[in-house]
Design a binder for this molecule. Structure first.
Ligand code: AMP
Ligand code: GLY
Length: 422
């Protein structure tokens, strides 16, 4: 089979390494991919948002199956466009991808179907939004409606910050059209858990739980990033809590999307907060998380491509999805100093051959045959072990064998999770 993967991050690299294990796979193309992914797939410089370019490439290269991983092409209807020329895909169609594409949609869905989430109001008028804030408890959370590269969420500590957040989104348009509507919601507290789930609209199969580390620096300080590291499983997510989530969140979400005529097929990402009043949904993503995927897929014992095709063909119930039950994984992201703000690029990256298998490259390019840094988050390094402390130690041991100019990483990935175990 010829497989097409859309995207260019560490997550896509992890997906590609996993599907490569399937013996029916002949060629894997990645659009656009990156210099590190090029070791495992043929990368072609067609952007993930260039739907016409993707469709043309797929038609010309005898693609048997496509995996659309990032939010943008999913929300733009990449799956619909590939399906239209007869190519089966992993990933939701445009109608279903709205669950991530519009926070207003997802909040209204949860309200309509009684799925637990933070109390909220949606505004398209700035003056009304600001009037609403006046007597509210602080902190309060302000979210731009559309995709904003994971940055469209501001937690305002006081009224002045809240008003400023609304103005920056609705008047100054710092997130572009994503700020035409804003969601203002109650501030929740509790441990956060990421749960990715395979679903074909009939069956829901949660994967092993994980924990992201979003802030740039140790002790959860600094700016929000795309994610500086992950661990799995998440020790806060007990079997009892998993049962509650299945009953009150996962299945109700699948059924709600079906009832709306928006059947979701693909990987549905539940960003959860375990509040004192029970688990609540912070956000839905219509795709694999990054860098959650870099700890979840290495723990998957079943064949990923087989599971994905079963999702596409709506026979997920027939295939087994097995995870290494007694193992833990840790992924540490190595970034360019300065990220998520300005950083330098072009430094040569050295990765010893014996760790390359567990390195997922995100921001790198090939220059004169050498791998050089080309992004904020450069690569992720995953280790698997029998216990979480061992997995953390092993991933940092690998990190310390990799070098590039201006490299930095958090040194405390997994420490929050270890506190839960103690
Ligand atoms: P999101 O992009 O919606 O995942 O939000 C980014 C981060 O903001 C989340 O991972 C949470 O840490 C935080 N956050 C979002 N919504 C809330 C909320 N209602 N209460 C507390 N924290 C929140
Ligand atoms: N790790 C969070 C995300 O993929 O959105």
């Amino acid at each position: 089979m010829n497989i097409l993967v859309i995207g260019s991050g560490g997550r896509e690299h992890a997906v590609i390494k996993a599907i490569k294990k399937n013996p029916t796979v002949e060629t894997i193309y990645c659009l656009p991919g990156n210099g590190g992914i090029a070791a495992d797939a043929i990368c072609v410089n067609i952007g993930a948002k260039d739907i016409d370019g993707i469709v043309k490439f797929a038609a010309e290269n005898k693609i048997d199956y496509a995996i659309v991983t990032p939010d943008d092409p999913l929300v733009l209807g990449c799956v619909d466009a590939l399906n239209a020329i007869g190519i089966p895909c992993f990933g939701p169609d445009k109608k279903a991808a709205i669950i991530e594409g519009s926070k207003a949609f997802s909040k209204d869905l949860m309200k309509k179907y009684g799925i637990p989430t933070a109390a909220y109001e949606i505004f398209d008028d700035m003056d009304k939004a600001i009037a609403y804030l006046q007597d509210k408890d602080m902190p309060i959370v302000i979210k731009a409606d559309g995709l904003a590269l994971g940055k469209g969420v501001i937690i305002a500590q006081n009224l002045a910050e809240a008003e400023e957040a609304v103005r920056s989104m609705m008047a100054d348009k710092v997130f572009g059209a994503s700020g035409d509507h804003v969601v203002i919601e109650e501030f929740l507290t509790g441990p956060e858990v990421s749960v990715l789930a395979f679903t074909d609209g009939k069956t829901m199969v949660p994967m092993v739980s994980s924990m992201d580390h979003k802030r740039a620096h140790d002790n959860d300080e600094g700016l929000n990033t795309g994610g500086m590291g992950t661990i799995a499983p998440n020790p806060y997510y007990t079997a009892d809590i998993a049962d509650v989530c299945m009953e009150t969140i996962f299945l109700p979400t699948m059924n709600a999307m079906n009832a709306e005529g928006r059947t979701f097929k693909g990987c549905l990402y539940f960003g959860l907060m375990l509040t004192p009043k029970g688990p609540k949904v912070i956000e839905y993503n219509c795709r694999f998380g990054d860098p959650e995927t870099q700890v979840v897929l290495p723990l998957l014992e079943s064949d990923l491509l087989t599971v994905m095709r079963a999702v596409t063909e709506e026979r997920l119930a027939e295939v087994g999805v097995k995870f290494a039950a007694d193992k833990s994984a840790c992924c540490v992201i190595m970034a360019s100093a300065g990220y998520p703000e300005a950083y330098e690029k072009g430094y040569e990256i050295t990765i010893p051959a014996d760790v390359a298998d567990s390195v997922y490259v995100a921001g790198a390019a090939l220059k004169d045959g050498k791998l050089v840094t080309n992004g904020g988050r450069v690569l992720g390094v995953t280790a698997i072990a029998d216990t979480l402390p061992e997995a953390i130690k092993a991933s940092y041991a690998k990190v310390d064998t990799i070098s590039f100019g201006n490299a930095f990483c958090r040194r405390d990935i997994g420490q929050r999770a270890l506190k839960a175990i103690k």
